[in-house]
Ligand binder design. Structure first.
Ligand SMILES: [Zn+2]
Ligand SMILES: [Zn+2]
Length: 173
């Protein structure tokens, strides 16, 4: 699949990485060398979708989900061209990891009310108890869980009134 994609899109840069990822900063598609199963091909098509749609930095959390859906729509198109069928359940599982993650970011750590992201995109504020908490930037590189039962650990909100980032959330997008 990698060779086919590279031949079809010679301008795209594919680099070996520890995971499948699209980096808008470097315009590189990272791929996990260790994975050779069917879902690896699907992930590669998905990241290529981000690249072809030229997805760049986004600000609001809801924007991330919209771009993820667009990348999968592009991956479906590419899959047809390459004679591959992407399991729709896999796509929904992947999108669910984003939905779960975004949802958990928005839950007030104090009173569990769902809150709104603030205009600085770095904080959420609870309208119920007025707690404010910082969130790290959302990103294109959520881990893709293999099955629905493998629960991903949500990003716990960073300290209240703090912009401190956890190391795992720093780095490339
Ligand atoms: Zn994606
Ligand atoms: Zn609250």
């Amino acid at each position: 699949m990698l060779e086919q994609l590279q031949a079809r899109f010679p301008d795209l840069r594919f680099v070996a990485s520890s995971r499948f990822c699209w980096s808008p900063q470097t315009h590189e598609i990272g791929y996990d060398q260790a994975r050779h199963d069917q879902t690896a091909d699907w992930s590669l098509l998905h990241e290529t979708g981000h690249a072809l749609l030229n997805h760049t930095q986004y600000l609001a959390d809801f924007e991330l989900l919209r771009l993820e859906m667009a990348a999968w729509a592009k991956a479906r198109e590419l899959a047809v061209d390459f004679g591959v069928t992407i399991d729709e359940n896999h796509i929904q599982d992947c999108l669910d990891t984003y939905r779960d993650w975004l949802y958990k970011r928005s839950i007030c750590p104090h009173c569990s009310t769902r809150a709104l992201q603030q205009n600085d995109y770095a904080h959420y504020r609870c309208f119920n108890c007025h707690t404010v908490w910082g969130v790290t930037p959302s990103r294109f590189c959520r881990a893709y869980r293999a099955t629905k039962n493998l629960k991903q650990h949500p990003t716990t909100p960073t300290a209240v009134f703090s912009l401190k980032k956890s190391p795992s959330e720093d780095g490339d997008f």
